[in-house]
Design a protein around this ligand. Structure first.
Ligand code: SF4
Ligand code: SF4
Length: 334
């Protein structure tokens, strides 16, 4: 990778924002960060200590959108016109999740239209967030080169800028940059190691994963966890790799518009069939299904990695106290 010194992230950001909409995590005034459009180039770029409440998935997989219209006997595709945009400051775990979703939505024209119009600028984490375990999930803390176009690396007193794709190299045209010092990779590796140490061994995740795949968790344990699930869909909304949606038909003048909306496998009716049979009839079955999708061997083989990227958002958001650490601890107990 080509590596440069960068005097400030704002200089790069404002250069990229000249020809694109630019989004970065910004304070929402309620003590959290959310992805927001940059409207003032004088605004400083603040390195997030915690991930934004929502990941970047809605930029590509919209929470609600029209797919096609059926009118006068014809199907009319409603593929969005995506404007060039930059996501500036994506953490390594969230970029790994984007790469995961790229596979899931590989032939989805709506997702791909937005994805093709988006430049991804990653940000190495210099410290662990509260609930993160990206080092164990092979998704961080340093940005994986194949998941981003450009990578920012904050080191003590300096910034590195790494070029991770051809598109990343092209967009730097006109920006004067000095090469990084020869030992930049060692410094970056040392920082990543330090963050992994901060995250610790995460033994409960490893034990829970082994129990889940060894099928040593009985249905009573799942039902006990299910009792704590309120079916609020908080976990599935914030999880960067959740991709379930439901179809929705709306009448329109002379026809019908087919939409899709985010769905949640924690909803009681998610799997209910037309016959009335429901393979996920109990809360425990639904909780179990969710976690199989994140750590099950079948999914790992299909997607080339786990469905969990270790962002810890489900820990932060679950009102029933059954985020990833609590669940894996409970099912991994002997
Ligand atoms: S956030 Fe917790 S309570 Fe809400 S649906 Fe997910 S597991 Fe259930
Ligand atoms: S399961 Fe939880 S920790 Fe894993 S990626 Fe989803 S929200 Fe993040």
């Amino acid at each position: 990778m080509q590596a440069y010194e960068l005097d400030s992230p704002e200089r790069l950001r404002n250069h990229l924002a000249r020809e694109r909409l630019l989004y970065q995590p910004q304070a929402d005034g309620q003590g959290a960060l959310r992805w927001q459009r940059l409207d003032d180039p004088a605004q400083p770029f603040v390195v997030p200590a915690e991930p934004p409440v929502f990941s970047a998935k809605a930029f590509f997989f919209a929470e609600r959108e029209a797919l096609f219209r059926y009118e006068n006997g014809r199907f009319i595709a409603l593929v969005p016109e995506a404007r060039p945009q930059v996501l500036f400051g994506l953490a390594a775990c969230d970029l790994t999740a984007v790469a995961y979703q790229d596979r899931f939505f590989a032939v989805d024209p709506h997702y791909q239209a937005r994805r093709a119009a988006t430049l991804l600028v990653g940000l190495d984490c210099a410290h662990s967030c509260r609930h993160g375990f990206c080092a164990m999930m092979d998704s961080g803390p340093e940005v994986r080169a194949q998941t981003a176009d450009l990578i920012l690396c904050p080191l003590a007193q300096r910034w590195l800028l790494l070029v991770a794709s051809e598109r990343g190299a092209e967009v730097l045209a006109g920006l004067a940059l000095q090469p990084a010092p020869a030992d930049w990779a060692q410094q970056r590796d040392a920082q990543a190691l330090q963050v992994a140490v901060e995250q610790g061994e995460q033994e409960e995740i490893a034990l829970g994963c082994a129990a889940l795949n060894g099928e040593t968790v009985d249905s009573q344990a799942w039902e006990a966890l299910g009792l704590r699930c309120l079916g609020c869909s908080g976990c599935t909304s914030v999880c960067p790799t959740c991709s379930c949606f439901a179809p929705l038909q709306q009448p329109s003048a002379g026809g019908v518009v087919q939409e899709r909306v985010w769905d949640s496998c924690l909803y009681q009716g998610f799997q209910q069939e037309a016959s009335g049979h429901n393979p996920g009839a109990t809360p425990g079955q639904r909780v179990q299904r969710f976690w199989y999708h994140k750590f099950g061997e079948d999914f790992r083989q299909r997607f080339g990695r786990d469905g969990c990227v270790g962002c810890g958002r489900c820990d932060a958001v679950c009102p029933g106290g059954i985020g990833v650490h609590q669940v894996m601890k409970r099912i991994g107990e002997p």
